[in-house]
Ligand binder design. Structure first.
Ligand SMILES: *[C@@H]1O[C@H](CO)[C@@H](O)[C@H](O)[C@H]1NC(C)=O
Ligand SMILES: *[C@@H]1O[C@H](CO)[C@@H](O)[C@H](O)[C@H]1NC(C)=O
Ligand SMILES: *[C@@H]1O[C@H](CO)[C@@H](O)[C@H](O)[C@H]1NC(C)=O
Ligand SMILES: *[C@@H]1O[C@H](CO)[C@@H](O)[C@H](O)[C@H]1NC(C)=O
Ligand SMILES: *[C@@H]1O[C@H](CO)[C@@H](O)[C@H](O)[C@H]1NC(C)=O
Ligand SMILES: *[C@@H]1O[C@H](CO)[C@@H](O)[C@H](O)[C@H]1NC(C)=O
Length: 448
């Protein structure tokens, strides 16, 4: 109350009843009581007008807060509003003013979270190294760190090239080759930010330039070595991170190994997505080490370059000690060497519920190995083997396995050269299991 600009005892909203009881007989017949605004409203309007110099909010009653939130300008500086105005109408207005489709359900139904996440994302996505002052990012931290849970960075800009360099390009090939490690091509340095965002749980990052048009260069679509080093260190310092998604950034084995090295022993990481990169067997070996030392539950290595040896390493980690529930190796080159290794690993103790081996050039022997898993253990719930040449024998093995009691509720064997009959039998089993599952769930919900 001490901050109030009014003399002590001033009531911001006088009881309305006395006003109604009082009769005023005006000489002017046009005079009408309703035109006279309430003093309390005048006060509130004054608060709204002078909010930047004299922010008064916490002292207000809930209905007065609503009044103020609906009228404050969305362009007030964040240093005034960020930690003062609670989630609600004001932040909804700020969001609607800046972004067109505003789906707050993606943000845990919090407008304030939505505003600060999108605001910070846009600052990082428009950050130009050597031009933008890193302080502009750091200055946001105290304002947004309590509200930012997820960052989805869909673009990272490289530094602006010096114009002379382009002229030189025609000079001599050698000169331009030498230039290559001269100017840094490094992007935004996450290590100035991640350790300070103490609520961050999800981080999605892609090193690319959107709408680059005719300026296209491959360099715009990759993480540099130094980017990787600073990013890896930043990850290590972000103790609250649960989900990391680093995709389409041309990460190869060396960078993968460096990233994993800094993620070993991470206290909270549960989901890792390195899809659409260039990771091969050496990177996969590093990942397998991560699997056996962390509590990772979901791993997505879709569309990389993992072959037999890498898959064997991952399989070994699976059979030893892993908490993994979902493994996606779609669009790699496991072949039967890798596929069979995964199958064998699943025969032992395992926790895996979902397995995706689509488009891996696996054939009959892998189908047979996985059939053994289905017969022996009912942990696995969904398998996706689409776009492989399982062939008639592979299909028969799966069909046979499915006729035993299994708990599979999803089995995709499209485009696998499996016999029609096997396909329809397998689908039959899967459908009945699905409907049984639905019924079970419905029952559980009822009893709850
Ligand atoms: C299995 O992993 C957990 C979690 O990382 C670890 O605490 C435990 O010691 C490991 N057990 C073995 C036998 O490696
Ligand atoms: C299965 O897990 C148990 C406990 O987690 C462990 O003691 C046992 O050695 C494991 N068996 C195999 C075959 O990995
Ligand atoms: C299947 O795996 C689970 C979890 O590792 C284990 O508890 C169970 O005994 C296994 N069942 C069979 C039939 O091997
Ligand atoms: C499937 O389970 C039921 C009930 O547990 C059992 O009676 C039946 O023999 C099992 N079928 C096969 C093929 O294992
Ligand atoms: C799945 O279907 C098979 C064959 O119809 C049946 O034996 C098995 O019990 C079903 N599993 C579940 C979990 O409903
Ligand atoms: C299997 O994977 C393909 C490719 O990702 C996907 O289109 C399909 O929906 C998946 N099948 C199931 C049952 O999820």
């Amino acid at each position: 109350m001490s901050k109030s600009p009014y003399p002590p005892g001033t009531q911001l909203s006088p009881p309305e009843d006395c006003r109604k009881m009082r009769r005023i007989i005006a000489e002017d017949s046009d005079w009408f009581l309703a035109v006279v605004p309430f003093l309390s409203n005048l006060c509130l309007q004054s608060i709204v007008r002078n909010f930047e110099e004299k922010p008064i909010f916490e002292e207000l009653t809930p209905s007065q807060k609503d009044f103020v939130q609906e009228r404050l300008s969305p362009s007030l500086p964040l240093r005034v509003t960020a930690n003062l105005i609670s989630d609600g109408v004001y932040w909804k207005r700020c969001c609607k003013q800046r972004w067109d489709p505003c789906d707050v359900s993606h943000y845990g139904h919090s407008w304030k979270r939505m505003f600060f996440e999108k605001h910070l994302e846009s600052i990082i996505e428009l950050f130009i190294p050597d031009v933008t002052d890193p302080k502009t990012v750091v200055a946001m931290v105290p304002l947004c760190k309590n509200y930012v849970k997820r960052l989805d960075i869909s673009q990272l800009l490289p530094p602006i090239k010096e114009p002379q360099k382009e002229e030189d390009e025609y000079g001599s090939e050698l000169a331009s080759n030498n230039d290559y490690d001269g100017p840094s091509m490094d992007h935004f340095d996450f290590s100035i930010l991640l350790d300070k965002l103490t609520s961050l749980e999800e981080l999605h990052v892609v090193y690319r330039v959107k709408q680059c048009g005719m300026n296209f260069e491959w360099k715009m679509f990759e993480m540099t070595d130094r980017d990787c080093e600073s990013f890896a260190k930043a990850l290590k310092s972000c103790k609250t991170l649960k989900l990391l998604r680093l995709y389409e950034s041309r990460i190869e084995d060396k960078k993968c190994r460096l990233l994993v090295k800094h993620l070993l022993g991470h206290p909270s990481l549960r989901e890792l997505d390195f899809s659409h990169n260039l990771i091969g067997d050496r990177g996969a070996r590093a990942i397998s080490k991560l699997l056996s030392t962390s509590k990772l539950e979901i791993l997505n290595m879709c569309n990389n370059d993992i072959r037999g040896p890498g898959a064997k390493a991952i399989a070994h980690a699976l059979s030893k000690n892993s908490t993994l529930l979902s493994l996606n190796l779609r669009l790699n080159r496991l072949r039967d060497e890798g596929g069979q290794a995964i199958g064998k690993a699943l025969l032992n103790n395992n926790t895996l519920l979902h397995l995706h081996l689509g488009g891996n050039e696996v054939t009959g022997p892998t189908a047979i190995a996985l059939s053994k898993v289905l017969v022996q253990n009912d942990t696995l719930k969904s398998i996706n083997l689409s776009c492989n040449r399982l062939g008639v024998d592979g299909g028969k093995a799966l069909e046979d396995a499915m006729s035993h009691n299994t708990s599979v509720t999803e089995c995709d064997i499209r485009l696998t050269e499996v016999d029609e009959q096997s396909v329809s039998f397998i689908n039959q089993v899967v459908w009945t299991n699905q409907s049984l599952e639905h019924k079970k769930k419905a029952k559980e919900n009822k009893t709850k």
